[in-house]
Design a protein around this ligand. Sequence first.
Ligand code: UDP
Length: 235
Amino acid sequence: MEKLYEGKAKILYPEGEDTLRVYFKDEATAFNAQKRGLIPGKGVVNNRVSAVLFRYLEGHGVKTHFLEELSEREMRVLRVEILPLEVILRFRAAGSFAKRYGVQEGIPLKNPLVEFSLKSDALGDPLICPEAILALGLAEEEELAQVKATTLRVGELLRAFFAPRGLDLIDFKLEFGKRNGEILLADEISPDTMRLWDQKTGEPMDKDRFRKDLGGVEEAYQEVLRRVLSEPEKV
Ligand code: UDP
């Protein structure tokens, strides 16, 4: 079937006017696609984890593009016009934030911090401030306020989801889309787009194992799926 778009981790197939089929691949990239590899089974984990989390968030009043799981690696979603922004929420310093400010990975932040990056592979997703987003007309003021408030709410909900499953949510990235003037949470929420540390050992259980060549990448993804599917406090 004809592809609408093929990205680094997913393929989008057109369905009707209103919906798309998303196929999750095992290919992994990091550092703006300078590092490439394969994480066997990743597509299945990311599809299933994203589906569970979208359903959970919908159950708590967050509007998303998710409709249903179609297969192990595929979900059906509403077509949206993606805002050209990556919205990051941080609870602890890690990754590019720790590097930028010269602080140790893992230090808790005094308040959850929302950051925005411009979605641009050519520019390497540069950090962008809210004023620049408005000045460039990338979003309206009310839209930006809604995106920020929703991201903070999603952060609270996700931390509450992962804590009783033995996982500490360090940070995550969201993307939002517009459909008939309404803002919907879109893209995916998976170990590719979150940092999750095992509460007991502090070990990363996410794409950092691939970025940093820590080994046990496949196993970590499978363990995250197992915990996501398990009842809280029975990890
Ligand atoms: N992230 C992502 N896609 C990106 C950049 C970051 O999903 O293109 C996620 C990343 O997995 C982490 C969070 O956003 O959970 C914050 O990432 P950071 O800005 O520290 O960038 P990184 O160090 O991953 O390049």
